[in-house]
Design a protein around this ligand. Structure first.
Ligand SMILES: Cc1cc2nc3c(=O)[nH]c(=O)nc-3n(C[C@H](O)[C@H](O)[C@H](O)COP(=O)(O)O)c2cc1C
Length: 309
C-alpha cells in the first residue's frame, strides 16, 4: 500500500524522495514532460547536457533501434546554458523534485564557464559532468577515457562549483576503478555510472549507417548487465556514492542496481518507449518492496549476497 515503504535515499549531501531520476538527454529539460508526468513524483530530473553556446547537434537520422536497445547520435544538441537558465529553469523551480544540470564542454574552460553561469541561478540541486566528450585540445581523446584528463576537468569544476559535483563516467574503459578514483581524488562528490557505449549499426541493403553520424551510442536493455558490473566495480573502488543507469525498464532493474551498491538510479531510453516510464517503474519498486517486506529502500544498498563467490 502506498506510503508504507520509505523510498527516500541520500546521494551524498542530497536527500531525494525516491531513488528514480530521469536521465540526461532522454527527458528534455524536464518541463516538456509536465503535461504527461507529475514531475514531483520523480526522485530527480537530470536535464539535457548544457554547453556554453547553443548547439544544433548532428545530422539526421539521429536514432535507430537495435535488438534490445537504441542507438543515438544526437550530437549534444541543446539551447545553451544561458537560454536554459532564462527560459527553462524558472518553470522547473516550481517543482519539488531535484533538478540536476548535466554539463559538458570541449575544453576544460568550457566546462568551467557553464558551471559559472549555473552558479548564479537558483533552483538546482547538483551538477553532473558528462566526461564522455572529446577534448579538442588533445586531439579529440575523450575526457572519460584518461584518468589525468578526468582529474583536470573535475578539479577545475570543483574550484567553481559550490553545489554537489556528480561525474558521469564513460563505460568504454578497461578499468572503471582507475577512472572512478581519479574523479574521487579530484573532488567529485558522486559518480554516475554510466553513459552510452560507442556502437555502429549498418543497413546491408543500402550499405549505409543507420545514423547520420556513422557511429553512435548504444543504450537500453542490451547494456544493463554490462553496466551493472561497472556500477558494482565503481562502488567497490571508491567511497563516493554511485548513481547507476543503463537499460532500466522494470522495477526489478532498479533493485538490482541498488543491491550492487548504487545509491540511486536514472532511467533513460525507457522514457522514449513510454514517457511515464519513471513513475511506472517507481510504483512497481514500491510494490516489490512491500511484497519482499523491504520497508526502507536504502537498506537494499550494497546488500549483494556473495554466497557463490
Ligand atoms: C537520445 C539520447 C541523448 C542523450 N544525451 C545525453 C546527454 O546530453 N548527456 C549525458 O550525459 N548523457 C546523455 N545520454 C545518455 C543517457 O543519459 C544514459 O546515460 C544512457 O542512455 C544509458 O541509460 P539508458 O540505457 O537507461 O538509456 C543520452 C542518451 C540518449 C539515448
Amino acid at each position: 500500500m502506498p506510503g508504507e515503504v520509505d523510498l527516500s535515499v541520500s546521494v551524498g549531501a542530497l536527500r531525494l524522495s525516491n531513488p528514480v531520476l530521469a536521465a540526461s538527454g532522454t527527458f528534455g529539460y524536464g518541463i516538456e514532460f509536465a503535461h504527461l508526468v507529475d514531475l514531483d513524483r520523480l526522485g530527480g530530473i537530470v536535464v539535457k547536457g548544457l554547453s556554453i553556446q547553443p548547439m544544433n547537434g548532428a545530422p539526421p537520422p539521429r536514432m535507430c533501434e537495435t535488438p534490445s536497445g537504441v542507438m543515438n547520435a544526437v550530437g549534444l544538441q541543446n539551447v545553451g546554458v544561458r537560454a536554459f537558465v532564462a527560459e527553462k529553469l524558472p518553470a522547473l523551480r516550481a517543482y519539488r523534485t531535484a533538478i540536476v544540470a548535466n554539463v559538458f564542454g570541449y575544453t576544460v574552460n568550457e566546462y568551467v564557464e557553464v558551471i559559472r553561469v549555473l552558479e548564479d541561478a537558483d533552483g538546482l540541486a547538483a551538477y553532473e559532468l558528462n566526461v564522455s566528450c572529446p577534448n579538442t585540445a588533445r586531439g579529440g581523446i575523450h575526457y572519460g577515457c584518461d584518468p589525468q584528463m578526468i582529474a583536470e576537468v573535475v578539479s577545475a569544476a570543483r574550484k567553481v562549483a559550490r553545489r554537489p559535483l556528480w561525474v558521469k563516467l564513460a563505460p568504454n574503459v578497461t578499468d572503471i576503478g582507475i577512472l572512478a578514483r581519479a574523479a574521487e581524488e579530484a573532488g567529485a562528490d558522486v559518480l554516475t555510472v554510466a553513459n552510452t557505449y560507442p556502437a555502429m549499426s549498418v543497413d546491408f541493403r543500402t550499405r549505409q549507417s543507420r545514423l547520420g553520424s556513422l557511429t553512435g551510442g548504444l543504450s537500453g536493455p542490451a547494456i544493463k548487465p554490462i553496466t551493472l558490473r561497472l556500477v558494482y566495480e565503481a562502488c567497490h573502488a571508491v567511497k563516493l556514492p554511485v548513481v547507476g543507469l543503463g537499460g532500466i525498464e522494470r522495477p526489478e532493474d532498479v533493485l538490482e542496481y541498488l543491491i550492487v551498491g548504487a545509491s540511486a538510479v536514472q532511467v533513460g531510453t525507457s522514457n522514449f518507449v513510454e514517457p511515464t516510464a519513471c513513475v511506472r517503474i517507481l510504483e512497481g519498486v514500491e510494490r516489490l518492496c512491500l511484497s519482499e517486506k523491504v520497508f526502507s529502500i536504502s537498506g537494499l544498498k550494497d546488500s549483494i549476497n556473495h554466497k557463490y563467490r
